[in-house]
Design a protein around this ligand. Sequence first.
Ligand code: 4AD
Ligand code: MG
Length: 482
Amino acid sequence: MKPILIKDLLTSAPDGRTVTVCGWVRTKRDSKNLVFIQVNDGSCFANIQLTFDRSNPQGADADNIENELKRINTGTSVKAEGVIIPSPASGQAVEVTLMKLTVLGECNPEEYPLQKNKMSMEYLRENAYLRARTNTFGAVFRVRNQMAFAVHSFFQERGFQYINAPEITCSDCEGAGEMFQVTTLSLEKIAELGVKAGQGGMKIEDAHKIVDYGKDFFGKKASLTVSGQLEAETLATALSRVYTFGPTFRAENSNTPRHLAEFWMIEPEMAFFDLEDDMDLQEDFVKYLLNWALTKCRDDLEFFDKRIQPGLIAQLESVVNSKFVRISYTDAIAELEKHADKFEFKPYWGCDIATEHERYLTEQIFKCPVMVYNYPKEIKSFYMKLNEDGKTVKAVDVLVPGIGELNGGSEREEDYGKLLKAIRDRGMDESIYDWYLNLRKFGTVPHSGFGMGFERLIRYVTGMENIRDVIPYPRAPKLADF
Ligand code: 4AD
Ligand code: MG
């Protein structure tokens, strides 16, 4: 039964060999003598054309084919046996002359959700379980696959070791309090206890006493991780160069085309790298990934260029050949202040750089990827290395056209005393971070790392507008279907 993949079939010599091919019917054209069926199996963008000529069946099982043809509509799954021949049609080198046709699964056109006139992105999102069968989503998921492979390839070629950080953790790496709690305690039970305690005159300030985390599964408050960085640092200070690539979770209530509640992040961590080395690596990484997409996903990118974002390929090519701009936060703010009239939020030294500012820097001012470094310590995370000015930290964000922030990273604070102070200044619970602090006691080294949002990368490479359309099943506020 094992069929040939259509991607292999399309590059085969049209040598009259008999093959079996399986897939889902895209279209069927049935004129007087000639039948054409376009079949796709998702292995590549293109379809294979199956043909049957009633006036010249060439030994085909004509009765079988006529019977099965009646059951074929868009979406029907089929198994076809036939002969590979050169195709007289333009745009395809080969086609298959049918010998035998088997319908594997019918598809009622009255009920099938994928109808040409209905295919808006929103509609397809509502039918996410079928959308991979469309041209757009087939291409998105093939590019996603290639980019995952490229990530491993890049790091493996450079002596990095792939590690896995835990998904369940007690620490909040980014300190933004956007964690999904993991518990086996019963909310109903706690609510019941609350009602009873209220009846007994318990004060609202004491309500938290009703929850006993000692009785929870982990014996303390636990959550899904927002980042694998802190654990990656422990492995980098043993294996030198490591990277994680896994799901991360953020309960940010942001309904934007850039945020997911569950997204995949790539987090390399390098011992003995300073911020400069970190920036070099990030630039190489982004270019490597884009170059991989341009060479390995050509057909899919041509589709995106034509139908989703005109000019995409030229843009990606220009980034691969460009030098990324590196600018300090202070200078970036000075640039932005010159264009203050363009922004809803006026930029000033000390402000968080908003998406509108990020995009203006990369799209209007520099017209290429921009690395902004040395941010005010107040707007960045506790673990970033303090500069000598005492005001800024060795952070860097990579901003790219169309997306804004693609990567965020930093050199890490390797000094025990300074790190402890940063934790205390932020009012964080230092008992949770004792192991992280201890790393700075036992053979501490300068080290750096960054995180790239995998879905942001896929958006960048495909030109897809909404981040929910580059992951098979998006998770966002009020969205956890399928
Ligand atoms: O800038 P962030 O928050 O940095 C960290 O988490 C660091 N611990 C990374 C590190 O240094 N190891 O997140 C890193 C990247 C962002 O630049 C963005 O691309 C992506 O993760 N990201 C999101 N992607 C989709 N949905 C969200 N809600 C995201 N939040 C961050
Ligand atoms: Mg960031």
